[in-house]
Write a protein that binds this ligand. Sequence first.
Ligand SMILES: Nc1ncnc2c1ncn2[C@@H]1O[C@H](COP(=O)(O)OP(=O)(O)OP(=O)(O)O)[C@@H](O)[C@H]1O
Ligand SMILES: [Mg+2]
Length: 386
Amino acid sequence: MIELDNLTKVFDTPKGAVVAADHISMKVPNGEICILLGPSGCGKTTTLKMINRIVKPTSGKVFINGEDTTGMNTQDLRRNIGYVIQQIGLFPNMTIEENITLVPQLLGWDKARYRERARELMAMISMEPNAFLKRFPSELSGGQQQRIGVARALAADPPVMLMDEPFGAIDPINRAVIQDEFLKMQQELKKTIMFVSHDIDEAIKMGDRVAIFREGKLVQHSSPDDLLAAPKNAFVESFLGEDRALKRLNLVKVQEVVSDKIATVKPGDTLETALARIEDYGYQNAILMVNDQRQPVGLITRTKARTTKGYCRDHFENVPATVTLKDNLRKVASLMFSQDATWLPCVDDQGRVCGQITQRAMTHHLGSRFRAREAAPRNPDSAIKE
Ligand SMILES: Nc1ncnc2c1ncn2[C@@H]1O[C@H](COP(=O)(O)OP(=O)(O)OP(=O)(O)O)[C@@H](O)[C@H]1O
Ligand SMILES: [Mg+2]
């Protein structure tokens, strides 16, 4: 656990005192990622640097796993904390391999072990070891250097990681890949991480909790879902953006919204049967046709069933799309919009139909948190004074 207790930094500058961090108190439980988010200059980097004492706190304390770090030897402290700095900061006169294995070497790992570790980490950051390990940082792109910065911080497997905009210089496609890889790794390694980001979508995706900073102060510290559903004040609300309800789509999985009630027909059923089931069912304009394994194989429209005689197997259309229980609602909404669909069938791991998801169920689910908030009296103190 990382615990900050009234951590404060005041820089003395020729123009007077700058309060970069103002009585920051927060906890990051073991195995969680906490994202520090806020506008430029709000004190995110300063807060991070006080944890590994690159910046000396003016007052306040940092505890790691319950131990006050104030009296600890700075070198010991830093060796146990992986650090990805905002400006990447690879050593230019060392190869990529030397950069990555610096801390393991300082810790006395044998050569075979640290070289193997470097290859393992390169795989994690999707870079070919043979192509890159012997190069120098200047021979890499900015985004590639940034990935090496992440690998270097992970090298000695520290339990605590501080990451300052670690993926900021990487293009959106590679960034998403690396974020996913990082989250997969985190599920196994369960490191305790403070992670600075500018990017709200990244914060929501990567964070177990998100801490919003403004002018050196911690304004709100919540789970991404609570943050989006209940921003504490007007500043947080405007920082999250007007589409914050849509951002919540990323956080909700189909399994939370799926209905297991779904009418189906078999290829051997008549269109009359199909029409009767559509009518029974009420509001949908089509019914799903499944095979003997309950896998979706077609769609019978209400119009076809009403105007034609015969068997379903001779009159079906293609299923526009299916979704799985693990998909998030953002993907579902995107499919619905592109297919002009108000519902989609949901399939399990074997591709068998296990329910359906409707636009109505999605809007209801998303709206319920917001409505709960509207119903609660709003704390007048929470409106920020500009
Ligand atoms: N060494 C320093 N001396 C004086 N002022 C400093 C120093 N370092 C940071 N500051 C000031 O402290 C404030 C917070 O800076 P910090 O680097 O923590 O911001 P940040 O939130 O990380 O911003 P960014 O998103 O741009 O990286 C800023 O006003 C900055 O100018
Ligand atoms: Mg910064």
